[in-house]
Design a protein around this ligand. Structure first.
Ligand code: MG
Length: 229
């Protein structure tokens, strides 16, 4: 594998499923909230929507169930309910190995920028406690900062702006197929890390530049690469 950290100045890093082992709870919370509206949905389908904003996810399910989108104010209310359920499901769990990956990126001299579709404050507010000193205040793009969520390239383009680097000098770290699509659409070298039930083939379809089968594997390889620079 080529050392993809050489010549890079910024890493644009997704949150759910990368920094937190949170997707299992998000999928449960989504299914519970939508089921209460009488919308049939499977828990697993939410893994495929990962990266979209809450409003976009609600809109998609409304279209399918009712043949029309969801009023933005109503979507906000529903997303708040989903966020409450997510909090109820328990403690946040930092992803095993993510701290080592962040350390490797820092050692290689890359700025570390958060780029998430989430507006879930229970996790965003915990980043400093769980990953102290990694994400400089202001170095984050969240669901509320963009007009178009992933898979649109806007979140990652905003990340490049914050970092002040061209696409060729950045990498994207993602765990979701739609997130990989967004990174590639922004013209950025995109690293996919499998941390949930999504099969490798989904990341190949989205043309991920590198695919790791776990976070500890990704962290170990990146630490080696950092030491080679
Ligand atoms: Mg993710």
């Amino acid at each position: 594998m080529e050392n993809f950290l050489i010549g890079r100045r910024a890493a644009l890093i997704d949150m759910d499923g990368v920094l937190y082992d949170s997707m299992k709870y998000h999928t449960l919370a989504w299914q519970r909230m939508m089921s209460e509206l009488g919308v049939e949905c499977s828990r697993d389908e939410f893994y495929l929507y990962e990266g979209m904003t809450g409003a976009a996810t609600i809109d998609l399910l409304y279209q399918r169930a009712f043949g029309h989108g969801c009023d933005p104010e109503e979507a906000k209310r529903l997303y708040a309910i989903k966020s409450e359920y997510f909090k109820e499901f328990g403690e946040r769990e930092p992803m095993s190995g993510a701290d080592m990956m962040l350390a490797a990126l820092g050692e290689a001299g890359l700025q570390r920028i958060l780029v998430t579709g989430s507006s879930q404050l229970s996790l965003l507010d915990s980043l400093e406690a769980d990953y102290p000193g990694v994400f400089v205040p202001g170095n984050r793009v969240t669901g509320g900062d963009v007009t178009h969520g992933k898979p649109h390239p806007e979140p990652y383009l905003r990340g490049l702006e914050i970092a002040g680097v061209p696409a060729s000098e950045a990498i994207v770290i993602e765990n979701a197929p739609l997130g990989v699509r967004a990174g590639k659409a922004a013209g950025i070298f995109t690293v996919a890390i499998t941390t949930g039930p999504i099969p490798r083939g989904e990341f190949e379809k989205e043309r991920a530049d590198v695919i790791f089968s776990s976070m500890p594997e990704a962290a170990e390889v990146m630490m080696k690469m950092a030491k080679e620079i």
